[in-house]
Design a protein around this ligand. Structure first.
Ligand SMILES: Cc1cc2nc3c(=O)[nH]c(=O)nc-3n(C[C@H](O)[C@H](O)[C@H](O)COP(=O)(O)OP(=O)(O)OC[C@H]3O[C@@H](n4cnc5c(N)ncnc54)[C@H](O)[C@@H]3O)c2cc1C
Length: 334
C-alpha cells in the first residue's frame, strides 16, 4: 500500500521556492505502485500530476491533485556493441548523478552536466546545453499512459524532440508518466566543443571526466545556485524569428546577438531583457537576476501571482521595443 499524505507543502520541492500546497502527495517506485496511486486518485476524485525535481515548474498555490514523484533509482546496462551502449535509467535518478556515472557505460552526455532535476523529466523538454540535447542520446522512453491505462514504449522519433519540446509537453501533457529512459551512448569519446566557452578547451588529451568538470565550472560561474537564489534556470525560451525580422532588428541594433537556425534565426532572450532595463529589476519578491537577465529569482513568500506580474511586464516591454513575444520555459504546475 502506497502511503499518501494530504495537504502537503511543495514549497521546498520546487527550485523557485514558490509557495504552494498539494491536496495529496505520494512517491512511487514501480508501475504497480503507480497504477495503485491512479486508483487512489480516482477514489479521492483528484487528477494525478507527476513532479520531478521541481526545477522547471511554476507552482500554483493550490495544486488540486494527487502529486506523485518517482523514487525508482536503478541504472542498468542493457546491451552494447562496438559503437554503442544502451542503458536503462529509472525516472527517479538525479540527472547530474546519472551524467557523472554515464561514462562508465559510454559517452555523449558530458555537456549536460549539472542540469538540475530527475531523469524522468529529461525527455519532457528535451533538455539541452552547449550544443547537445538529451533527445540525441535517447533510444526510447518507457511510460504509463493514464487515459488508456497502457504501458507504452515511445521511440525517440515518436517523442518528437525539438528545441525544448517533445510530445510530453503537447499531445501527452498530463497524460503520460515516464518510468524509465533508455539511452544510447557512444563507445568512442568525441566531445562536442562547438559552443563557447567549451570551444576554448584543448581537445587533445581531454577526458570525459575533465569535460564534465569543465561544464560544472562554467555553469557554477554563470548560473545562480537555486539553493542560494531560488530560480528555474532560463525563464524564457530564446525566440526564433523569421530571417526578415532578424535582418530588420540587426539594422536597428547592430550589437544584437543572432544565431541562424535551419529555419529562422534564434535571438538571445537575456540580451533583449537586458536592453529593456530589466536586468536586476524587481517587482515585489521576484526579480530578473542581476548577473543574468534571463534568470528569474525569488525571495521568501513569492507566489505564482508575483512571478506572473514580472513575467508580463518583461513580455510587454520586450514586445513593444523589438516586436518579439517571449514565452516562459517553465510550465505552470497545478
Ligand atoms: C539552475 C537551473 C539551470 C537549468 N539549466 C537548464 C539547461 O541548461 N538546459 C535545460 O534544458 N534545462 C535547464 N533547466 C531546467 C530544468 O532543470 C530541466 O527542465 C529539468 O529537466 C527539469 O527536471 P525536474 O525533474 O526538476 O522536472 P520538474 O520541474 O519537476 O517537472 C518539469 C515538467 O516535467 C514533468 N515531469 C517530471 N517528471 C516526469 C515524469 N517522470 N513523467 C512525465 N512527466 C514528468 C512535470 O509534470 C513538469 O511538467 C535548469 C533549471 C535550473 C533551476
Amino acid at each position: 500500500m502506497m502511503s499518501i499524505r494530504h495537504n502537503v507543502s511543495l514549497s521546498e520541492l520546487n527550485t523557485l521556492k514558490l509557495k504552494g500546497q498539494a491536496s495529496a502527495f505520494a512517491a512511487f517506485n514501480s508501475l504497480e505502485s503507480l497504477i495503485e496511486l491512479q486508483r487512489s486518485a480516482r477514489e479521492l476524485n483528484l487528477p494525478l500530476r507527476v513532479l520531478g525535481g521541481g526545477s522547471n515548474i511554476l507552482l500554483a498555490e493550490h495544486v488540486n491533485a494527487l502529486v506523485v514523484q518517482s523514487s525508482a533509482e536503478t541504472i542498468n546496462l542493457v546491451h552494447e556493441d562496438d559503437a554503442y551502449a544502451w542503458v536503462d535509467v529509472d525516472a527517479g535518478v538525479d540527472w547530474h548523478q546519472w551524467v557523472c556515472c554515464s561514462n562508465q557505460y559510454g559517452y555523449g552526455l558530458e555537456n549536460l552536466a549539472l542540469i538540475p532535476g530527475l531523469v524522468g523529466a529529461s525527455p519532457v523538454q528535451n533538455i539541452g546545453a552547449y550544443g547537445v540535447e538529451a533527445g540525441e542520446l535517447i533510444e526510447h522512453v518507457v511510460g504509463y499512459q493514464l487515459s488508456t491505462k497502457q504501458l507504452r514504449i515511445l521511440t525517440a522519433s515518436e517523442c518528437r524532440f525539438s528545441y525544448r519540446q517533445s510530445v510530453f509537453k503537447r499531445e501527452l501533457k498530463n497524460d503520460f508518466v515516464i518510468l524509465r529512459v533508455r539511452f544510447r551512448l557512444h563507445q568512442t569519446f568525441s566531445p562536442n566543443l562547438t559552443y563557447a566557452p567549451l570551444d576554448t578547451l584543448d581537445r587533445d588529451g581531454l577526458t570525459s571526466d575533465a569535460l564534465i568538470q569543465a561544464v560544472v565550472g562554467v555553469r557554477n560561474s554563470k548560473l545562480p545556485d537555486p539553493a542560494v537564489n531560488p530560480n528555474a534556470g532560463s525563464f524564457f525560451h530564446n525566440p526564433i524569428v523569421s530571417e526578415t525580422l532578424a535582418l530588420t532588428l540587426r539594422k536597428q541594433n547592430p550589437a544584437m546577438p543572432q544565431y541562424p537556425q535551419v529555419v529562422g534565426v534564434k535571438l538571445a532572450a537575456g540580451w533583449l531583457i537586458d536592453q529593456c532595463g530589466y536586468k536586476g529589476k524587481a517587482i515585489g519578491p521576484v526579480s530578473m537576476y542581476e548577473k543574468q537577465a534571463l534568470v528569474l529569482t525569488t525571495k521568501e513568500g513569492a507566489t505564482l501571482a508575483h512571478v506572473r506580474t514580472l513575467q508580463k511586464a518583461v513580455q510587454h516591454s520586450v514586445y513593444s521595443r523589438f516586436g518579439v513575444w517571449l514565452e516562459p520555459e517553465p510550465q505552470v504546475f497545478e
